[in-house]
Write a protein that binds this ligand. Structure first.
Ligand code: SF4
Length: 129
């Protein structure tokens, strides 16, 4: 691979920006919807900037947002189930009324399956597609 922007992009990256990021943020465990907490998977504000940390200021750090019982987005995110295997897919869960994270944004797996589906909602796939 060849860097086509070598006049402005160096292999080492933008050092001042990297230093700022290291100063302002620290790696922390982060809870991911449908999966749970993953060690060292997120960024939080460093201690020196804790006055600006909304999670601390508003007591949001331990706030839990449970997924609806029928939502299998955690399994979808881990590649263990396909979106159309969810009983709520396309019925009670649509991009207009999403139940889980993977139906919320257009690049979410459930939203993509819904928008670009090859078969009507409710018809089971035989080949895993
Ligand atoms: S279709 Fe909706 S309810 Fe089912 S896994 Fe996807 S986001 Fe969750």
């Amino acid at each position: 691979m060849e860097n086509q922007y070598s006049r402005s992009v160096q292999r080492a990256g933008n050092k001042p920006a990297q230093e700022l990021i290291r100063e302002v943020f620290q790696v922390i465990p982060r809870k991911w919807r449908g999966i749970g907490e993953i060690p060292r998977s997120g960024l939080g504000l460093a201690e020196a900037y804790s006055d600006y940390d909304a999670e601390r200021r508003f007591g949001l750090a331990d706030q839990a947002v449970p997924e609806p019982e029928e939502c299998i987005s955690g399994l979808v995110l881990q590649g263990l189930r396909k979106p159309h295997e969810c009983p709520a897919f396309g019925s009670v869960c649509t991009p207009e009324h999403p139940l889980g994270a993977t139906m919320v944004s257009s690049e979410g797996a459930c939203a993509a399956y819904y928008l670009y589906r090859r078969r009507p909602v409710g018809v089971a796939a035989g080949n895993g597609s």
